[in-house]
Design a protein around this ligand. Structure first.
Ligand code: ATP
Length: 343
């Protein structure tokens, strides 16, 4: 289903929770709503579902305004953070629930439930009750239940938030495959950047009720429009006065800030760099072990720049003086942004 939202606004009392939000979603795409707690993600989802009424603005499904259409007639499936399964019902009955409400014929219900049991990898679990399942399995039942009545839009509100890190990781790729197989338009709310990057075709960064930026994870990573966006996708450091960095003096005439990604930075000893004048002196502040590599925090002129080091190269220690080469920086002010190379 093609989804279009125009100028969506919502107040709770005097609090303006959603401000002029507009976006479009192509049929079959999965969009991630990413942002800090309280930003308005759930409120946007609830308005799409019809569980909340917008103060102003339009929601269109397939080009048709649905503002006045009740939730049960919008063709939407919902999966929440908490499993919200019916505890006294088996997996089969949980999945069948929406079809029974619609008074579908018994044989049709059975076929559809078995199809979903298979699709969600729950074969053999049909007669279990929710308390006899793991967290990951329960959440798969929740997906099956939401998909059973063949919705045209799937709304997912932090569906994996209550699940262990390892299973969560598996569920992400599982969900990606499921959505591709079913081909359903979906919106996925999360505050976990890795989850959004891995699962979504496009991400919308939502903060203080507004869309800060919308794009593919790669586009947002490459060209974040604001420091806030940069801090939400990938690691980075923002340096307020770009022109104070060696090699970026020409930025002075624009009065711009620099955003520096870990892969833009190299650290080493004096002998590691042929053009020493292009480097800064820095002090190693922290080393964080990240499993396959070290995250190194190095202080340059009061800024804590972040970079990575592979395991075998690890010879650094906190307090050590090093030379730091910033190869490139993403420069931006309120109007413009561009990439600049050192020198
Ligand atoms: P989270 O990740 O914590 O769920 P969110 O981005 O989904 O956050 P919302 O749940 O949409 O944010 O909430 C946005 C703001 O609106 C919050 O400040 C919240 O307290 C407020 N809010 C949401 N629902 C209501 C309500 N029914 N009554 C009053 N305030 C509300």
């Amino acid at each position: 289903m093609h989804v279009e939202v125009r100028d969506l606004n919502k107040h709770f009392g005097s609090f303006h929770a959603v401000k002029n939000v507009s976006f479009e979603i192509e049929k079959g795409h999965l969009i991630g709503l990413l942002g800090p707690s309280g930003g308005g993600k759930t409120s946007i989802l609830r308005m799409l579902a019809g569980l909340e009424t917008p103060d102003y603005g339009e929601i269109r499904f397939h080009g048709k305004v649905v503002n006045d259409i009740p939730p049960q007639e919008r063709g939407i499936g919902f999966v929440f953070q908490s499993y919200a399964l019916f505890k006294h019902m088996t997996v089969f009955d949980n999945i069948a629930f929406g079809l029974k409400v619609k008074k579908a014929p018994k044989a049709k219900i059975k076929d559809r439930v078995m199809e979903l049991v298979e699709l969600t990898g729950l074969s053999g679990f049909e007669h279990r009750y929710p308390h006899q399942l793991s967290g990951g399995q329960r959440q798969r039942v929740a997906f099956a239940r939401a998909l059973a009545p063949e919705p045209q839009l799937l709304l997912l509100d932090e569906p994996f938030a209550a699940i262990d890190a390892k299973i969560r990781q598996e569920l992400r790729s599982w969900l990606r495959e499921l959505i591709e197989r079913v081909g359903i338009t979906s919106i996925f709310v999360t505050h976990d950047q890795d989850e959004a990057i891995e699962v979504a075709d496009e991400i919308m960064i939502i903060s203080q009720g507004q869309v800060e930026q919308k794009g593919t994870p790669w586009d947002i990573y490459k060209e974040p429009r604001t420091p806030f966006v940069a801090s939400f996708i990938g690691e980075s450091t923002v340096v307020d006065k770009a022109s104070e960095l060696k090699g970026f003096e020409s930025a002075a005439k624009h009065d711009v800030r620099a955003l520096i990604r870990p892969e833009y930075i190299e650290i080493g000893s004096e002998t590691d760099f042929p053009v020493l004048s292009a480097t800064e002196t820095g002090i190693v502040r922290h080393l964080h072990f990240r499993g396959s590599e070290w995250l190194v925090e190095v202080e340059v002129k009061g800024n804590k720049l972040i970079t990575y080091r592979s395991l075998e190269k690890e010879t650094l220690h906190p307090g050590q003086e090093v030379r730091v080469l910033v190869h490139r920086a993403y420069l931006f002010n309120d109007e413009n942004s561009w990439i600049e190379e050192n020198g």
